[in-house]
Design a binder for this molecule. Structure first.
Ligand SMILES: [Cu+2]
Length: 156
């Protein structure tokens, strides 16, 4: 085997390299889209807070659910589950982080039933009319839901 032939073999080999790299990135890219909704099975019997006498009367029928984004800017809500009665449901969402967030509510099938605007600083109320069922709430800012900004809203 002459040196020239070895060189040629070597260059042919290095020609293959970009194709291998490309295949690698393609494989990576297809891996990234495979994270579907993982339903963490937290038994939802933690919401029965001791009946603290309500000093303020909640507005009409639907009690207001409160939810807050992590004030330090972590991609988290302060709650991973909410429970409400069917009918009018209000979610009072506070975002004191400098990072803009929203709250989006979707049905079990993934259909969005309502969302707040995306904002930072302050509180917005998302008023919905919901039938009994299990819903998801999440932040629809790209990447935030995947990073953990989601939870389950159970409507009874
Ligand atoms: Cu967000």
């Amino acid at each position: 085997v002459s040196f020239r032939e070895a060189l040629r073999a070597g260059s042919r080999h290095s020609l293959c390299l970009p194709a291998v790299l490309l295949a690698g990135t393609l494989a990576l890219a297809s891996c990234g889209s495979s994270s579907s909704s993982t339903s963490n099975s937290s038994s939802s019997t933690t919401s029965s807070s001791p009946a603290a006498a309500p000093s303020t009367t909640p507005a009409a029928s639907g009690a207001t659910q409160t939810l807050a984004a992590n004030p330090e800017g972590l991609l988290k809500f302060d709650k991973s589950s909410l429970t409400a009665r069917a009918g009018s449901v209000s979610i009072q969402f506070t975002n004191n982080a400098s990072l803009p967030h929203n709250v989006t509510v979707a049905s079990a099938s993934g259909a969005v039933v309502g969302a707040t605007a995306t904002f930072s600083g302050g509180t917005k109320i998302l008023a919905l009319n919901l039938k009994p069922g299990t819903y998801k709430f999440y932040c629809s800012v790209p990447g935030h839901r995947a990073a953990g900004m989601e939870g389950t809203l159970t409507v009874q």
